[in-house]
Design a protein around this ligand. Structure first.
Ligand SMILES: Cc1cc2nc3c(=O)[nH]c(=O)nc-3n(C[C@H](O)[C@H](O)[C@H](O)COP(=O)(O)O)c2cc1C
Length: 363
């Protein structure tokens, strides 16, 4: 995409975007007690309302789905009311916001789980990134418990209800976290899924969990308000598959049948969570590889890389939106961009969250 084309409108299913500069889902670990969003969260999102679309931070679909201290939820009346303040604030500034719904699977920690039990996953295979405890301590990942087959429909139902709750809280739509080593990706890839039931083994079986969720959520809120995020070839969290091209070609073909609002692809970099900008060695360009496989709008989380490529319909920016609440205006005005401070990404309060200035304020 060229810089100019970022400023043309874009239709994503039922959503009409005034520009193609999208705010990435960004976990900031600043929700209030019990995963309830606060007025500070509302201020942060409202500051960024000129984005073509805001995708919220990953939000837990159930008490068992949390992955980090201070990550929000969307399964209690209190949480729905808290999110309503956020969506109202964004809409008051004429923005659009959708919620990313998530289950962290094995990347969680027992201290975050209601009964103190170890995290769940398709199979009892440990991840390679440290977990964060309730008290923000980094600790070794725990060996997860493999989900019983009977538990899987319950989790599928949690995603459906979370999507309905998000719409009830005033969100314009919902994105499914199928990327970055969360539970859905743990089911998809054979490095994390060695199940021998209907949810493991063949491509069809490993994709079943994702596709069941997609079917249920589409049925509940409408596919035209629903997008899916994937990270083909990603390696974050020790995730890997023996045949990623075949796997994601199959998955994306299947997703095409649902007529989703969009597919959101992360380019495989040294870190899909924005730790480095380096592409993996020999990395394929996901937007190029899968553009022809998907029949709807394609969002690319690849920042500078994607602006030069023609395969995406919109570009998704993460860290630049952390540091530049007025990113859209700055790109349009060719103004300098501020850099984000990694030390304030996760946890804390206003500092590094709502105190980044617009270009006008900083001048
Ligand atoms: C602080 C931080 C939190 C993130 N949280 C999420 C998240 O909740 N869900 C998700 O899908 N990706 C998450 N990511 C990944 C980003 O959405 C994005 O793909 C990544 O930062 C690369 O884009 P960038 O180079 O524009 O920052 C996070 C990244 C960062 C830096």
């Amino acid at each position: 995409m060229s810089i100019e084309s970022l400023f043309s409108p874009l239709r994503l299913g039922a959503l009409q975007l005034p520009n193609r500069i999208i705010m990435a889902p960004l976990t900031r670990m600043r929700a209030g007690a019990n995963g309830v969003p606060t007025p500070l969260n509302a201020k942060y999102y409202a500051q960024r309302a000129s984005a073509g679309l805001i995708i919220s931070e990953g939000t837990a679909v159930s008490p068992e789905a949390h992955g980090y201290p201070g990550d929000p939820g969307i399964y209690t009346a209190e949480q729905i009311a808290g999110w309503r303040v956020v969506t109202d604030a964004v809409h008051a500034r004429r923005g659009r916001i959708i919620m990313q719904i998530a289950h962290n699977g094995r990347n969680s920690h027992s201290s975050l789980r209601p009964d103190g039990s170890v995290p769940v996953a398709p199979s009892a295979i440990v991840g390679n990134i440290p977990a964060l405890t309730r008290d923000f301590q980094q600790v070794k990942a725990e060996i997860p418990r493999a989900l019983e087959a009977s538990e899987i429909p319950v989790i599928v139902g949690n995603f459906r209800q979370a999507a309905l709750n998000a719409i009830g809280a005033g969100f314009d739509g919902v994105e499914l976290q199928g990327a970055n080593s969360h539970l859905i990706e743990q089911f998809l890839e054979d490095g994390t899924n060695t199940r021998t039931d209907n949810y493991g083994g063949s491509l069809e079986n490993r994709s079943r969990f994702l596709l069941e969720i997609v079917g249920k959520v589409s049925g509940a809120i409408g596919a035209d308000r629903f997008g899916v995020r994937l990270s083909p070839f990603g390696q974050y969290g020790g995730i890997h598959d023996s045949k990623p091209k075949e796997l994601f070609t199959f998955v994306i073909k299947e997703l095409s049948r649902h007529h989703l609002a969009y597919l959101h692809l992360i380019e495989a970099r040294g870190s899909e969570i924005g730790l480095t900008d380096e592409l993996h060695e020999n990395a394929v360009n996901n937007a190029v590889l899968f553009r022809s496989v998907f029949n709807g709008p394609l969002l690319s989380a690849a920042a500078s890389l994607a602006i030069e490529q023609k395969h995406a319909d919109a570009i998704v920016f993460g860290r630049l939106f952390i540091a530049n609440p007025d990113l859209v205006e700055r790109i349009k005005g060719n103004q300098p961009l501020s850099a984000s401070d990694r030390s304030t990404f996760y946890g804390g309060a206003e500092h590094g969250y709502t105190d980044y200035k617009t270009f006008g304020e900083a001048a």
